[in-house]
Design a protein around this ligand. Structure first.
Ligand code: FES
Length: 111
């Protein structure tokens, strides 16, 4: 398959559900896996502009179904990045479009 972009990781390197942090081109990112879908965001909470995680690679709440900021507990929907609870409710994480090809997760070429 012909495609362009920046290779992030293999899908099987992400637990399901699971998350992982990355540093690419000087930017802090994280990826969240939910089933066969992966969502990538800039690792910056819209509340205070700080990274979301305190423990490396842990961006999900105990249910594994929501993204959680460790600082003040804001909860975000993995599919949209929208904050649904916490101090920045209604704000959203910055999404980075990605796609999966042959079991590999790629950032789109507009990264
Ligand atoms: S910095 Fe994320 S909830 Fe406050």
């Amino acid at each position: 398959m012909n495609h362009t972009g920046l290779l992030l990781c293999r899908l099987d390197e992400l637990a399901d559900p699971g998350s992982r942090g990355f540093e690419l081109a000087g930017r802090q990112l994280f990826a969240v896996r939910q089933g066969q879908q992966v969502f990538v965001y800039v690792n910056r909470c819209p509340h205070r502009g700080v990274p979301l995680e305190w423990v490396p690679d842990q961006f999900l709440d105990a249910s594994g179904r929501l993204i959680q900021c460790a600082s003040h507990g804001a909860l975000f929907i993995p599919e949209s990045g929208e904050c649904i609870a916490g101090p920045c409710e209604g704000a959203a994480l910055t999404a980075l479009p990605c796609h999966i090809v042959d079991g590999q997760v790629w950032l789109d070429d507009n990264f």
